[in-house]
Design a protein around this ligand. Sequence first.
Ligand code: NAD
Ligand code: MG
Length: 394
Amino acid sequence: MRKLSILGSTGSIGRQTLEVARKAPEDFTVEALTCDSDIETLYEQIVEFRPRVCSVVREDKAKELSGRLKSAGIDTEVLSGRVGNITVATLDSIDTIVGAIVGFAGLEPVYHAVLKGKDIALANKETLVAGGDIIMPLIREKGVMMLPIDSEHSAIWQCLKGEKREDLDRILITASGGPFRGMSRQQLESVTVQDALHHPTWNMGGKITIDSATMMNKGLEIIEAHHLYGIECSRIDVVVHPQSVIHSMIRLKDGSVLAQMGKPSMVLPIEVALYYPDRGPSIVKEFDPFEAATSNLTFEACDTEVFRLVKLAYETGDKGGLYPTVMNAANESAVRAYLDGKIKFLDIERTVFETVEKMDPDIKNMNLTIETIAQTDKDARIYADELIAGKIKS
Ligand code: NAD
Ligand code: MG
C-alpha cells in the first residue's frame, strides 16, 4: 500500500491521481492534499478522502477552509504557505509524494521530500528542468524512487525496462504538435488565447496547454528526459505524432525501436508510476488498434524554425547549469502574461529568448546549488516581467 501526499491535488494531474486512488482504496491511503487557492475543490476532496493534513498556499483561503471543516466536524489539519507545502511533503506517515504542482513552485517540496527519503511520483516537469542536476543525484544518494508521470517519460521508462542503459541509442519523444501544428510564423502572430487553449488531444491545466501551443512543453520534456535517463539532449529527437497514441519510443543500438501505446489519458501513466514495479487494475478503456481514430498513425518532424523554443531548449539543455532555470522562469512569467492578455503569442518566445540572453553573463560561472537555483529563478522572473511591462526595450 502506498501512503500518498498529493501536491497540487485540485489540478488536472491531482484530480486524475485521486481517480486512481478512488478505484483501489485497498492499494492507497491519501494522507495529505495541497493546492494553491481552489478550496472548493479541495473541500470536496477532503470530505471524500479524509486526509490527516492539507495545505493551501494562500493564507486567507486556508483560514476559510479551516472554518468550513470545523463546522462540518472534520478534523483534517489545515496548513498554509510555502512551509505548509514542505510539511506536507515530508510527513512521517507518507512514503510517496505525487508532484502535481505546476511550475517552479513544485521544486522546493520535492527537494525536501527526497531529503526525507520519500519516493517521488513526478508530473511537475519544471522541477527537473530547473533543478534536475540537484534532484537526480540526491535521488540516487538517498536511494529513493523517481517514478515519472509525464506520459512521454512513462513511455520511455516502460520501454527501457529490462534493457541495459548502454544499449540505448536515441530517445524518440513524441509530440502532438499542439493546436498550431503546420502554421507559419505569420499565422502565429494573430492566434488568440482561446485558440491556444484548445488542445487537439489532451485536456490539461492552462500553463501546460499554452506550453503545448508554443511547443515549449516539448522543449521542457527533452530536458526532463535528459535528467531522468542520463542521455544528452542531442540524442533525443522530437517526433510529431498528432494522434497521441504512441507516447514515445526508444531506439536501441541494434536499431530496434520500442514504443509504448495507449489512449491519450494521464490516468494510465499515473497508475504505472504508483503501482511500480507491479501493474494495477484496468481503469481506463483499453487502446483498440481498430478504432478509426487510431488506425492511421502519422509522424512528421518538428519545425524548429517556426517553434523556436524547442531549439532554445536543446541549447540551454546542452549548456546545463542555470540556463534551463532561466529559460523556465522566463517562460512561466511570459505564459502568465499571455493568459492575462498582456502580450501576444509570439511575445512569449521573445521574452524567453531575451531573458536567457540577458542573464547569460550573470549565470555563466555560477555554482549550482538549491539556493542559486531559487535566486536565479527569481531574477529571471523580474527581468522577464520588466520586459513584458515595457520597462526594458529590446
Ligand atoms: P493545473 O494547473 O491543472 O494544476 C496545478 C495544481 O497545482 C493545482 O492544484 C494548483 O492549486 C496547484 N498549485 C499551483 N501553485 C501551487 C503552489 N505554489 N503550491 C501548491 N500548489 C500549487 O496543472 P496540471 O495540468 O495538473 O499540471 C501539473 C504539473 O504536471 C505541471 O508541471 C505539468 O507540466 C505537469 N503535467 C501535466 C499533464 C496534464 O495532463 N495535465 C501532463 C504531463 C505533465
Ligand atoms: Mg508530456
